[in-house]
Design a protein around this ligand. Structure first.
Ligand SMILES: [Zn+2]
Ligand SMILES: [Zn+2]
Length: 320
């Protein structure tokens, strides 16, 4: 249990332990249990940063993996083994990531089917990104919702739908369009980043925020800022005039953010999915299917079959 648990037992606690192409790890929990979305920094660094925040690894009950790029998975084998944490990962992501994990720690998830961890309900949905089977996550507990929306090539209707229901969100704001255009990256890399399967620009993130933020969005953690094509001050200045009642935080590539307590009088109930968000709008490279819009927990999550040979890792590396 974290040291603030007794004060805010109706709140969710969130922090970014690191955010950027050098490693991503997001903590979401209540006073009893927590999950990590991705574990892209070392186990030792994860422990150190959580300790500084007064958070205990004993409250972490599972890791959810968004996609196989190294900045999202490189800490997983060690931390999962050391703490015997279940790793929720799709079979394609596991096979493309080439991670060695104990079979008993590997669990699958399906888009739109919530996984229950204590009082946390974690629901994945597909996103546009240059990976084999990439997902965003919504974490819901007692009507409070947190979104983890990084590594997104373009805002789709699913992202908009879920962003509109968040009390707090980690939202990618990867690059300044001018800095990317005028920077030193080769043209093909620039085009990968901004080509719809790469990353969200500051402008795209701001547009989403301005157009679709709900009145109850208390915290926006701008995430995965590029080292070469962005600047934290520039991003902060861009969002500040539009912040209103929402606290804008820049999630650092070098250190943890403070822990934020997310609570609300606007309890929204279970996560829902718009029927119109079905197949036609799915990312073309995603192999999952949104066949069900179940609101039920998925206690019998099947273990994916481990491939005999890892697939090639050609898409394993993150854009910047
Ligand atoms: Zn990334
Ligand atoms: Zn990525």
């Amino acid at each position: 249990m974290c040291r603030w648990g007794w004060i805010f037992n109706m709140s969710l606690f969130i922090t970014s332990l690191n955010s950027g192409s050098n490693g991503n790890c997001y903590y979401i929990g209540n006073d009893r249990e927590a999950i990590l979305v991705d574990a892209g920094i070392s186990c030792r660094e994860t422990e150190k940063r959580m300790q500084r925040l007064g958070l205990s690894m004993s409250s972490v009950k599972a890791i959810f993996v968004s996609h196989e790029h190294t900045d999202h998975i490189k800490g997983i084998p060690v931390i999962a083994k050391k703490y015997q944490l279940p790793v929720y990962i799709t079979a394609n992501t596991l096979s493309n990531g080439g991670m060695e994990l104990d079979a008993q720690l590997v669990f699958s998830f399906q888009a739109y089917t919530p996984v229950t961890v204590g009082e946390l309900n974690i629901t994945a949905f597909p996103k546009f990104h240059d990976a084999i089977d990439p997902h965003s996550f919504i974490i819901e507990s007692k009507g409070i919702r947190i979104g983890v929306f990084t590594d997104i090539g373009a805002p789709c209707e699913r992202l908009i739908h879920h962003f509109q229901q968040c009390h707090a969100a980690f939202l990618e704001s990867n690059y300044d369009e001018e800095m990317l255009e005028n920077g030193s990256y080769p043209r093909h890399l620039k085009n990968r980043i901004r080509g719809g399967q790469g990353h969200l620009s500051n402008r795209q993130a701001l547009e989403l925020f301005q157009t679709h933020r709900p009145s109850f969005l208390t915290h926006l953690l701008l995430s995965h800022l590029s080292h070469n094509n962005n600047n934290p001050d520039l991003t902060r200045d861009l969002f500040a005039p539009h912040a209103g009642e929402t606290k804008i935080v820049i999630a650092s590539r070098h250190e943890e953010t403070p822990v934020y307590f997310i609570e609300s009088s606007e309890s929204l109930g279970p996560v829902t999915f718009p029927v119109q968000a079905a197949a036609p709008s799915l990312p073309t490279r995603n192999t999952g299917t949104p066949a069900t819009y179940s609101l039920q927990p998925n206690p019998t999550a099947a273990k994916p079959t481990r491939p005999k040979k890892p697939a090639p890792h050609s898409s394993q590396f993150s854009l910047f």
